[in-house]
Design a protein around this ligand. Sequence first.
Ligand SMILES: [Zn+2]
Length: 495
Amino acid sequence: MIGEDITQNLKTIPSIPQKLNRPLTVEVRGECYMPKDSFMRLNERREAEGQPVFANPRNAAAGSLRQLDSRVTADRKLSTFMYNVADFDPIDARTQSDMLLELTSLGFTTNPTNRVAESLDDVFAFITEYTGKRDDLPYGIDGIVIKVNSLPRQRALGATVKDPRWEIAYKFPPEEAQTIVRDIEWTVGRTGVVTPTAVMDPVQLAGTTVARASLHNPDYLVEKDIRVGDTVLLHKAGDIIPEISNFVAAKRDPNSAPYVIPTHCPSCGAELVHLDDEVALRCINPKCPAQLAEQLNHFASRNAMNIDGLGPRIIKQLFEKAYVTDVADLYRLTFDQLVTLDKFGEKSATNLLTAIDNSRDNSLERLLLGLGIRHVGAKAGRLLAAEFGDIDALMAADEESIAAIASVGDTIADSVVTYFENADVQTLIDELKTLGVNMTYTGAPAEPANADGFFNGKRVVLTGKLTQMSRPEATEWLEAQAPRSLAAFLKKRTC
Ligand SMILES: [Zn+2]
């Protein structure tokens, strides 16, 4: 009733029996995981195929279970441990440990490292033991669960609204690693924000090699007092993103001085500023090459104009050779220019020109996203494009009429109006029009105003006899209430 039905996928996991060793009706609970070696092989294969790799086995396992095609799940080499039953009555056991034995005898797989502890000292001894053995296990763990062994006592203790009173999890402290900061790099983003990144000697941390960690902004860097040459402690925030916890005071060179925050843009040399009360440091030079290159990257990216083959390496060269200074120049590139690029043959040049040419026909929302208007992401871009239909109508709109669109607030409205008031932007739009870039919305009609409505995210099944309207009428009415994805779903499912 809630969530996704993954029964077919679970049936492909070998550790789940297709048939119990004896007939019994029982609801079993457990956990599905991806063993470390399955995870490594999966990511190696994905990397070789040019597909994005999974951040960790947990994400990979979850993603594998939600496949529409069970064969994909089967191929992912998942495994399971069962650890509980919903109702003890059909099970011949009075303790947790006997229950696990019962589950095993029925054909399920249970975690073989479980152990009955006679005292709290035993519990702590187990924790110490597995803190040491943790990395040697064939699967990742983040802690140990301690349970009351007697099932009648479990039942007597019951549960609070949130948790059972008879079990508790011990969580390992986050993994840490030590390494040395060799440099602090400043990169200029698309909007001019200049961000520091610590560049470090590569070190293994919770399953990956880490050599860089963001220091977010100057305030953060000053507060942490990270210096070049420091030995630092690293951990992973949310088990994924490497972060510097602290420098190791005992290992700091006594002659080292606090890091000096740059005052000028590493790309164009313009003076850096703090806008309003922002912690971020910005380059506000509109001609800053680093910013322009990032804007072009964004313009060409998959969700925006989707220009295949126009990556950062090519864009860097286009700037160096002064073939482009803004996005309009992309549409003026010639074959003769492109073949002069490093490692760029005639075929690549033709393909890139075709990709650029195809992008002229994109629906307006892609252009809106590609322009990089502050606060206008893919969703807002689509709403604006669908509502106004073409760019002239959008440019002529006032804040009030933009903010009136559902889920487009004052912030976006203000940002859009400010953006199009800029004379340089108006010139750019005119140039793009002249160069044949489509300025109209060619996608599906506007989503209904009530995107947060009653039917949003719900599955609707029409069945039985309807008294007030025919089934096709009901379908049509539902589709009008529903966002596009649901409408498509309904179209497939109703009969
Ligand atoms: Zn700059």
